[in-house]
Design a protein around this ligand. Structure first.
Ligand SMILES: Cc1ncc(COP(=O)(O)O)c(C=O)c1O
Length: 370
């Protein structure tokens, strides 16, 4: 089976992890945590990095640090992982859905203003499958309406907008280092921000609200800490980030070449102002192919090729169909995200994928034509 993704740990990961074990620094204190925060925030061009247990906890605590809570609204894309909506709900605020762009699969900047109300506090963008959002347009809207911009960069380490890195374009940015991400620590996350006070608030929130004097708490915090062992893996990964981004782009370009001229599939797009890092190589199945996305995925599996479906949009989530004032309003039409769900899947895209494997994937894909 050619897997959809596998981590590549071919740098100094083992050496740094062994250092943690040898020195007994295995919990959430230790030199690798600060080092990882410094190296990764520097790479992205943001002054502050706050490592945390995963991107989900990062999104939650960054919104809390921004003061988002009950009575507020946060704009999110309808086409995303459910984490985007759930973390807004966890703050007490309400997610407001906006459809996505049919080519980049990212939130459609042209549809945002119609969803802004006096309650809107922030726009949370998601750089989808490695393609960055139209940040210049989105930040202009945010500035006009005095809204915070939260970048969800879980899928877009190293992506760029006009030469500027994803993660340096809004007020805060949240990254995931889960096993299938471009940079991985197994499980892990980091929030980047440009405001030192915001970073300090998040450091308190991630650590049970500990402040001085110890055991006297003024805020309700969480255990959202990353361990030194995870951070040690992260430091080794950041040391090789340029190679990883180059490898991801090579995979994207190789698939583009192998599938060029095949009108049965729509391929990923790259805006002239964007650097797509092809976290996962997504395709849309056209009607001419004669098989549904689900049937194609099942058939590919029998041929030894693993794939994943695109996300089910928020407006179609059964959990949000329940009448609950915390949940997003799912009435209204989101034709693009619905279409992506119906027709989208991604092909094996792991960093270790070879050209012969990609050739095999494409051959088997074409063979599935009924
Ligand atoms: C867009 C997006 N946001 C957030 C997350 C959550 O990341 P984590 O698993 O690190 O909490 C993911 C995970 O894949 C994601 O794709």
């Amino acid at each position: 089976m050619i897997p959809v993704c596998e981590p590549v740990l071919d740098g100094r990961e083992m050496e740094y992890v062994m250092d943690c074990l040898a020195t007994n620094w295995i919990s959430s204190a230790g030199r690798y945590i600060r080092l990882f925060e410094e190296k990764f925030s520097q790479y992205c061009g943001m002054p502050w990095g706050v490592a945390c247990s995963n991107c989900t906890t990062g999104l939650h605590m960054s919104m809390l640090a921004l003061g988002i809570g009950p009575g507020d609204e946060v704009i999110i894309p309808d086409f995303t992982l459910i984490v985007s909506a759930n973390t807004v709900i966890q703050t007490g605020a309400r997610p407001v859905l906006v459809d996505v762009d049919p080519r980049t699969w990212c939130i459609d900047a042209n549809l945002i203003e119609a969803k802004i109300t006096p309650r809107t506090k922030a726009i949370m963008v998601v750089h989808m499958y490695g393609h960055p959002c139209d940040m210049e347009a989105i930040c202009a809207i945010a500035k006009k309406h005095r809204l915070a911009v939260i970048e969800d960069c879980a899928q877009a380490h190293g992506a760029e907008v006009n030469g500027k890195k994803a993660g340096s374009l809004g007020d805060v940015a949240c990254f995931s280092f889960y096993g299938n991400k471009i940079l991985t620590t197994g499980e892990g996350g980091m929030v980047l921000c440009r405001d030192e006070k915001l970073a300090a608030k998040m450091r308190t929130l991630r650590d049970q609200g500990f402040q001085e004097p110890r055991f006297v708490h003024e805020v309700m915090g969480f255990n959202y800490r990353l361990t030194n062992v995870q951070a040690a893996i992260g430091v080794a990964q950041v040391e090789r980030i340029d190679e990883k981004i180059t490898a991801k782009r090579r995979i994207g370009q190789t698939y583009n070449e192998l599938l060029a001229g095949n009108s049965d599939f729509s391929l990923p797009y790259e805006e002239p102002w964007a650097k797509n890092v092809y976290w996962m190589y997504g395709i849309l199945v056209e009607e001419s192919f004669g098989l549904s996305k689900d049937d194609l995925m099942a058939k590919l599996k029998t041929k030894g090729v693993d794939t994943r479906s695109f996300f089910c949009p928020m407006n179609m989530q059964p959990v949000y169909a329940q009448s609950d004032p915390r949940f997003p309003d799912i009435s209204g039409d989101y034709p693009v995200s619905k279409d992506l769900w119906n027709r989208g899947l991604y092909l094996p895209s792991g960093l270790g994928l070879t050209k012969p494997q990609m050739t095999e994937v494409v051959e088997k894909l074409v063979e599935c034509h009924p």
